[in-house]
Design a protein around this ligand. Structure first.
Ligand SMILES: [Zn+2]
Length: 155
């Protein structure tokens, strides 16, 4: 689980991204604790008006870096919708990744953003793959070991 190595630096950067997103007029809220069986989730957004919800449990499960990448992705969804009116579908998922990383100052984008996003993209490419907390955690445990060929260049 080397993804979850915690440092103050990572937490600080998450908070900087959150502040940046809020400054751009997109509210970032936290899912209520124990609201549902969704505690394995990381984030969700809605397009109109734009709003992002982050699961507080995600910081413990995935670490600050991954949650930062998810926040940037969700922000990308909001910007994609604003610019192109596109919200759902696999293309929206891919484009939201690009929008997010382009719309946030480069120094705030985690070095492994691309790697994190490829991981979550698989849940859309394989229907129902991450339909439960167990499935997702199992996949996280196995990854990137099984996909070791994937570069760590953050692309
Ligand atoms: Zn998405």
């Amino acid at each position: 689980m080397r993804w979850t190595a915690e440092t103050c630096e990572h937490k600080t950067r998450y908070l900087e991204v959150e502040a940046y997103v809020k400054d751009q007029g997109v509210p970032v809220a936290y899912a209520p604790a124990g609201a549902s069986d969704d505690s394995w989730r990381v984030g969700r957004s809605s397009p109109n008006p734009p709003c992002i919800v982050i699961w507080p449990t995600a910081f413990e499960i995935y670490g600050w870096e991954i949650v930062t990448s998810v926040l940037i992705h969700e922000y990308g969804h909001c910007k994609l919708y604003e610019a192109e009116g596109i919200w759902e579908g696999i293309e929206a998922e891919r484009n939201a990744n690009d929008y997010g990383s382009r719309q946030v100052p480069p120094n705030l984008v985690p070095a492994r953003y691309g790697e994190h996003r490829r991981f979550f993209l698989r849940s859309y490419e394989t229907q129902g793959r991450f339909a439960s907390r167990d499935q997702l955690l199992e996949a996280i445990r196995d990854w990137p070991a099984k996909d070791g060929a994937m570069s760590a260049d953050g692309q």
